[in-house]
Every structure is written in C-alpha cells, then in structure tokens.
Design a protein around this ligand. Structure first.
Ligand code: UD1
Length: 455
C-alpha cells in the first residue's frame, strides 16, 4: 500500500510564494474542524433519514470522503458550508482502493456500515508518511462486538455471522486511538445492549461525534472521559448539527503570530480545546487573552520551551511541526518529543535547510534557537509539516516558495487567503513543468529527489 503522497500526484504544480518579514494583524475566521467533519460524514451512514451538517470546511479530504459516500449511493447536496446527506438508498459494496487510498478516515466508515448492514468491506488504509498507522484496535474492538473479520488481499471484510446485530461488549483499548474510539462508538450505537469502551480517546472531535449521535437518538454517556458507555438503540434518525471549530487550524495561526511577533485574534474557537497549546505559547513569551469564543495573541520575544505530544488534553501531535517552526527562532535550547506517530519529523531536515539548528534522535528533536531563518524553495512532505514551512517562511527576510500544497489543502481552508487577510504577502502560484530544475540543487533533499523520480 502506498499513500497518495508517495505516488505521482505528489508533486503538483502549485506553490505558495511567500515574501517574508511579515507581521500579521487582524482577525482570522476559523473553519469547521476537518477531523470532526470527516467522522460526522461517516456517522451519517447510520440513519436512513437526512442529516444536515453545518460549518463543513472546504477541504480536499472532505471532498474525498464525500466521494466515498457517493460511491455507496449516498445523495449529497451542498450549499456554502452546509452539507445535506441522504443515506436512505445506500448499497453495501466494497469501496474501491483508489477512493480509500490517501484518506485514512475513510476506514472509519467500517463501524457504521457493519452495524447498519451486517457487513462491510474496506481496503486497508495502509501506512502513511507520518507512520505505520495500524488498525488493530478497530478490528479487535469490532470482533469483541461480535463481528467476524478477515483480511483478504489487503481488504478488510467484516460481517455478522451468528447474530443479526452486533452485541454490546466491554472493550479496553491498548492505546487511546481517536479513530478506533470513533469506529467503535458508531458500531455500538446500533448494537444490542451496553458497550463500555475503556481507555477511550478524549479528543474534542469524539465529543462532537457523540453529541451528534445523541441528537440522532443514540444513548452515549461520558464522551470526553476515558470510559465511554453506549446503550445500543434500534434506530437512529436524522438531525442538524454544526461542526465544532478547528482547534488545529486556530493553533496554527496562533503559532504563526507568535513566530512573527504579531497580534491577531482567532474565532470562533472553543478555548479549552487549545489549553495545552495556549499554556506553551504563554510559557514561550506570548500574551494570550481569551474572550468568549475568541483567543487573542500578542507575540513577544520567543523563549525556548520543551514540548511532548500526548493524547488530548495533552499537546496535540498535529501542532508539533508548527510549534517546532516557532522554536527554531526561540532564544535558547528546546526539546520536542513526538510520542504519537513514529515518523512525524518530516519537517526537521527542511527547517534545517532554512537555517535552523535541529538534531533528531529517535523521536526527540533538540533545537538550538537561531536568530533568523532564510527563505527557500521547499516541498512540504505532509499536511502539518507544510504548515510549519509556511510559518518558518513568514519569519524570514526573503522569498520562499513552498510546494506540496496537495498536503496543505487537505486540512487548511483558504490558508493563503486567510494569511493575506492578516496583511501578509502570500500568493498561490502555478509553475508549469515541475522538474528538478525548478529547485536549486542545495534545496533538494533525498526525499524530494525520490519524489521527483516517481513523478
Ligand atoms: C486522528 C486524526 C489525526 C491525529 C490523530 C492523533 C482524524 C481523521 N485524524 O488520526 O489528525 O493526528 O488522531 O490525534 O481524526 N494506533 C494503533 N492501532 C490502531 C489505531 C491507532 O496502534 O488500531 C496507534 C497509531 O499508530 C498512532 C496512535 O495509535 O501511533 C494514534 O493514532 P489514532 O489516534 O488512531 O490516530 P487517527 O485516528 O488515525
């Protein structure tokens, strides 16, 4: 299995041209959360009635999930940021590999399909450029609920054999996987009897899922806690639900402001979703003010602070790369440890090419703060490392061209538009005939070379 990012679509012709030395000022409107919207789309498969989702972000990941639902026969209508989802006439069939490939969240449909139809077939989502990303917790949990599961030629085939419904069970996750918690909540919501999930993930997106399912008639208690209880119901009905704001998008803008000594306000946001990040931003010198559903930041001299990623409410792995970009120009030495994904340090070499001083051992980066970085032409290798490069580019005194927007567009809605509304000089440009000659040889690292060969 290969991720989309490893195949020919890896190098796209678009880049962001960033003229550095930008100070950000003003307000950013935060979009709906990608990770919530993706799972809420999967949850809409649980009912024959219409589900209306508001505040759905315009992102390529959401388009991909929409295509997966359409492939199952779901009728989708969209108007601005609203999606009307009609799952009445869906047919259960194996999802094509091309659709599932590149969108790991598509695997999360398995719980909903299995509990509604008694069977589901989904290709293995495979590893990715941030790590192996196994699915054993999803599979073990579904087996505990009574599903029979085989993996046949890289396709996960799940069905109910002895009973017509999944049966509630006590499940203890070995690690608090977000996706597995979501898969099992969806599966258990229509199972017979009570399911208890222990060591469940507590991310806000899971709470959003449970709130929507409860509106649909599910009986889920204690979402947001380590032990979630689900009493299965016969049927779920349609509902209207507004996706929560994207805490990772908001965190990225706040970190960009801290890196450029700027003052900005992000809203709407649920401030306690970002508590760990706000604490680290304050520790590193920024002044944070929270008012209702908005957070303002005033950047200051940047102090070095250590971070270690952890499941919610800890520091989110999705903001590790952006925070590292901030630490590269901090005063002093800092240490950043990634504990969730084993290969989520793609940005280290790239930041070092921009002049930072980072050494990496296992999953811990030791960062010696430097006075300044230099603008460069680089290719972001995954979603959040692309955001880190853009933040780094904003701090420099010269021009950068950041490629790899196929990653960025997965998770940031109108990133460059929002940045330019904050007064920065960031423009999307299209280059014809991307090839090695577009880059100075000093800009090209080994991964970029192999990507160019693949393209
Ligand atoms: C979700 C988010 C992603 C975020 C991550 C961690 C979505 C669409 N994506 O990904 O943005 O970075 O949570 O907050 O919501 N693991 C296993 N076995 C499993 C499942 C996971 O060992 O069956 C491991 C993974 O390899 C990883 C860790 O658990 O090391 C966390 O993964 P998980 O929480 O499942 O992440 P995702 O749900 O894929």
């Amino acid at each position: 299995m290969v991720c989309e990012s490893n195949n020919k679509s890896y190098l796209k012709s678009q880049h962001l041209k960033i003229i550095g030395q930008n100070t950000l000022r003003g307000k950013v409107k935060i979009s709906g959360a990608k990770n919530s919207a993706l799972v809420l789309l999967a949850a809409s498969l649980l009912t024959e009635e219409k589900t209306i989702l508001d505040n759905v972000p315009f992102l390529t990941d959401i388009d991909k999930m929409g295509n997966i639902l359409k492939n199952l026969g779901v009728k989708l209508r969209s108007k601005d940021h609203q999606l009307i989802i009609d799952s009445k006439n869906i047919s259960i069939q194996e999802l094509p590999y091309e659709l599932v490939n590149g969108l790991r969240a598509s695997f999360f449909c398995i719980g909903a399909l299995l509990t509604r139809f008694g069977e589901a077939s989904i290709p293995l989502p495979g590893g990715c450029n941030i790590g192996e990303r196994p699915i054993n917790e999803h599979i073990n949990g579904l087996r505990a609920l009574g599903a029979e599961i085989i993996i046949d030629k890289d396709v996960v085939k799940a069905k109910l054999v002895k009973k017509s419904k999944l049966l509630g069970a006590n499940i203890r996750l070995n690690c608090p996987s977000v996706g597995a918690t979501e898969t099992l909540i969806m599966a258990a919501s229509l199972a017979e009897g009570r399911t208890v999930i222990e060591n469940a993930a507590r991310e806000p997106e899971i709470q959003d899922l449970c709130q929507m399912l409860n509106k649909m008639g599910a009986k889920i208690y204690d979402s947001g806690k380590e032990k979630i209880i689900i009493d299965g119901v016969q049927k779920l009905h349609g509902c209207t639900h507004k996706v929560i704001p994207d805490r990772i998008e908001a965190g990225t803008f706040l970190i960009a402001a801290a890196a450029t000594s700027s003052s900005i306000t992000v809203s709407p946001i649920i401030p306690n979703h970002l508590e760990a990040v706000l604490n680290k931003l304050e520790e590193s010198g920024s002044k944070i003010t929270i008012k209702g559903n908005s957070i303002s930041i005033k950047g200051n001299e940047i102090k070095a602070v250590d971070i270690k990623t952890a499941p919610f409410p800890g520091f989110p792995t999705d903001l590790q790369a952006p925070f590292m970009a901030l630490m590269t120009i901090a005063k002093g030495k800092s240490k950043i440890t990634e504990t969730i994904f084993e290969k989520r340090m793609n940005h280290v070499d790239l930041l070092n090419q921009m002049g930072s001083s980072i050494t990496l051992k296992d999953n811990t980066a030791q960062i010696n703060g430097v006075k300044k970085l230099k603008g460069m032409t680089l290719v972001g290798l995954d979603l959040r490392s692309s955001a880190a490069l853009i933040i780094a580019a904003l701090t420099t005194k010269n021009v950068s061209r950041i490629y790899g927007l196929e990653h960025l567009d997965r998770g940031y809605e109108n990133f460059e538009l929002k940045l330019s509304q904050l007064g920065t000089n960031v423009k999307r440009r299209t280059t014809k005939n991307i090839c090695e000659s577009n880059y100075k040889s000093s800009d090209i690292n080994e991964e970029m070379k192999s990507a160019m060969k693949a393209a």
